[in-house]
Design a protein around this ligand. Structure first.
Ligand code: C5P
Ligand code: MG
Length: 191
């Protein structure tokens, strides 16, 4: 299996690139943000709990997020591999993911960071907010809070996988095709 973590701050292009990667490599794309938004759209208890955090740009508690991710993975065991997008966002989430991969007799192949600077992210997300319908894309304060959460709580996940020699950084600025080619270079070593 090829199991990738597409990593990076909000607005770094994880979702855009994941959609292209699944076509090329036939992997299952799991976006925990999309899963939360699906739950919110259906007004489920999990969705309602998640919404209270998401609207402020904060992280949903690990136990909730890990449980949801586990359900999604366990419901799709017969795949060539997974692209995790927006997960893990904390070191405990990374530990839980490694545990889950171990239970499936597999492991994370690589974590790829899409590197984009803060001002570019704010510009991109405010632009996305005009059409995304996402409450957390609407104002600069919430966006800056999400960037801050990424730096404080999420960026240690890069170091966690660097200790396993699995973390790489790719420049996340350029055309969608240029960035896609950079990602493919990193993934083709497994094909
Ligand atoms: O990944 P995405 O940017 O779509 O996530 C949107 C929001 O969902 C995050 O800002 C956060 O509030 C929540 N989330 C989370 N934990 C994750 C993934 C998303 O709390 N692992
Ligand atoms: Mg996304």
């Amino acid at each position: 299996m090829i199991n990738l973590i597409l990593f990076g701050p909000p607005g770094s292009g994880k979702g855009t690139q994941a959609a292209k990667l699944v076509e090329k490599y036939n992997l299952l794309h799991i976006s925990t943000g999309d899963l939360f938004r699906y739950e919110i759209g259906n007004s489920t208890p999990l969705g309602m709990e998640a919404k209270s955090y998401i609207d402020k740009g904060e992280l949903v508690p690990d136990s909730v997020t890990i449980g949801m991710l586990r359900n999604k993975v366990e419901a799709n065991p017969e795949v060539a591999g997974y692209i995790f997008d927006g997960f893990p966002r904390t070191v405990p989430q990374a530990q839980a993911l490694d545990q889950l991969m171990g239970e499936l007799s597999t492991s994370i192949s690589k974590l790829i960071l899409l590197d984009v600077d803060d001002n570019e992210i704010v510009t991109r997300l405010l632009e996305r907010g005009k059409t995304s319908g996402r409450s957390d894309d609407q104002n600069e304060g919430t966006i800056r809070n999400r960037i801050g959460v990424f730096k404080s709580e999420t960026s240690p996940v890069f170091d966690f996988y660097a200790e396993q020699d699995k973390s790489v950084k790719v420049q996340g600025v350029g055309t969608i095709e240029m960035i896609f080619d950079r990602l493919c270079e990193e993934i083709d070593v497994f094909v």
